[in-house]
Ligand binder design. Structure first.
Ligand SMILES: C=Cc1c2[nH]c(c1C)Cc1[nH]c(c(CCC(=O)O)c1C)Cc1[nH]c(c(C)c1CCC(=O)O)Cc1[nH]c(c(C)c1C=C)C2
Length: 459
């Protein structure tokens, strides 16, 4: 069997990795359009040992997908490279939002739900209790914002959910699908008539057994909240690359697929230099990129793939001398109704020690990229916006020792309302046309690193 994996991000790398285990005697090739693998995961270490993370920086260990990644890490013999953030640390507990000119700490423990904390006008427990009696609505899907406003009220939608959706997918909660991004909460309303009731039933229910591994036990024992690696998150894709190469996967960098032809259950796949024939294709590139490659032969499939659009995110990493954060934590998010050009700031040096200095990452754009930056022409403009906001909000007067601006083009797919139907239609088309094609990656069933690794395993 000859197979090709398209895309060398963590999704493509893990697809190739699991294929080497599942079909060990096949010939596996991987094409990556750029000069490196790892995709958006890129950790840049400077001569002083300061790490600038370009996009994703931590992984969550506590879910089926999180447990699967821990298993993979153990298989890759990376357990000793892990750097956890423990649940009782400020970086795990202190999450802030910037509302009406001030930073506010979000409730972080069951007790804090009983206290009134600004910007909320009442204790959050009141919204949860009221939610019991809100009539349920039979729906197939809804924007997350509408769902939360209907169930918990406008403050939860504005101050909790909208910023959280910015953090997860740099998206607008008024457009993102609740079914797809918050499937459990959606299911609770549909099954129990109330989210709060669903949460309680879920807490009392017998937990599904997660795959056992010694790393998983260690994580539970030590109470990790999230984790990365001592040399940054890129440790993971780098190691997968090394392992799959050693197992015989033929890796081709700077190799951009230009066209795919489906010929009697065989594929003819073109790149800038040559053409190859393969029995099966695993596409982990963005659905909108794949749409272009299949358009000539399968225009209907192409139109469906194009429906899943991604947004640009601008990242500005800043490095200052000394410890400048007065209230340590994970960082802060800016709810969209504040109408500011930044989405949030991560306090990297509060999460992982950075030689006693302060390292911050400012995230900008996402759904609002065009609104704020359509006329920007150079990195300096992004840097100035980021620095001015950081200085003002965090009361920093110093100038950074170094910085880096990165524009991540089409970085996060947006699962808008109707995403489920689009996925079903795509799967239906591939099945009926008997295309030797498997789809994986951020565009389909989860945008997180854990999600795409699990999806690769389950292909
Ligand atoms: C390029 C920017 C990215 C933003 N989100 C993601 C990237 C790559 C992907 C992402 N981030 C989170 C998740 C949820 C599941 C997980 O794997 O952890 C995903 C898929 C978590 C997250 N990251 C930030 C926040 C505030 C959150 C929410 C949950 C939490 O509080 O831990 C930081 C952050 N990420 C983005 C922005 C704008 C931002 C703001 C500080 C976009």
């Amino acid at each position: 069997m000859t197979v090709l994996v398209l895309g060398g991000g963590v999704s493509g790398l893990s697809t190739a990795y699991y294929l080497t285990k599942q079909i060990p005697f096949s010939s596996i090739s991987l094409w990556e359009a750029s000069q490196r693998t790892g995709g958006w995961i890129k950790s840049q270490k400077n001569e002083k040992g300061i790490i600038f993370e370009q996009a994703a920086r931590t992984l969550r260990p506590r879910s089926e997908a999180g447990a699967n990644t821990l298993n993979l890490i153990e298989e890759l013999q990376l357990s000793n490279d892990i750097c956890p953030i423990y649940s009782n640390s400020a970086a795990a507990k202190n999450r802030l939002i910037f509302v009406k000119g001030k930073l506010h700490a979000l409730p972080s423990s069951p007790i804090s739900l009983f206290k009134k904390t600004s910007p909320f006008s009442k204790p959050l427990i009141a919204s949860f209790l009221k939610e019991f009696s809100v009539p349920s609505k039979r729906i197939k899907d809804e924007p997350i914002y509408d769902f939360m406003k209907r169930r918990f009220g406008i403050e939860v939608a504005d101050y909790l959910m909208s910023p959280l959706i910015c953090g997860i997918c740099a998206g607008n909660a008024k457009e993102i699908s609740v079914y797809f991004l918050l499937g459990k909460l959606f299911e609770y309303e549909q099954t129990y008539g109330s989210i709060t009731k669903g949460l309680i039933f879920n807490m009392l229910a017998k937990k599904t057994e997660l795959p056992k591994s010694s790393l998983l036990s260690k994580m539970r024992q030590e109470k990790w909240s999230v984790y990365s690696f001592h040399s940054g998150l890129e440790t993971l894709p780098k190691k997968i690359h090394k392992v799959i190469e050693s197992k015989g996967v033929e890796m081709s960098l700077n190799t951009k697929c230009t066209k795919i032809e489906f010929n009697k259950k065989e594929l003819i796949i073109h790149n800038q230099k040559n053409t190859v024939r393969k029995k099966h294709l695993f596409s982990t590139i963005l659905s909108e990129q794949l749409a272009v490659l299949v358009r000539d032969e399968h225009p209907k499939l192409s139109t469906l793939l194009e429906k899943i659009q991604s947004v640009n995110v601008a990242i500005v990493n800043l490095h200052f001398r000394g410890t400048l954060i007065k209230d340590p934590g994970f960082g802060f998010l800016v709810p969209p109704q504040e109408n500011l050009p930044i989405l949030g700031v991560i306090y990297d040096s509060c999460c992982f020690e950075q030689k006693g200095d302060t390292v911050l990452t400012v995230m900008m754009g996402g759904h609002w990229f065009k609104k704020y930056f359509s006329n920007f022409t150079n990195d300096q403009q992004f840097y100035e916006i980021a620095l001015n906001h950081v200085k003002r909000i965090l009361n920093i007067t110093e100038s950074p020792l170094s910085y880096k601006v990165t524009i991540l083009e089409k970085c996060i797919p947006q699962y808008t309302v109707g995403h489920r139907k689009t996925i079903e239609q795509i799967e239906d088309y591939v099945r009926k046309a008997e295309l030797p094609l498997s789809l994986c990656g951020m565009s389909y069933n989860g945008v997180g690193v854990n999600d795409v690794i699990l999806a690769a395993k389950n292909l």
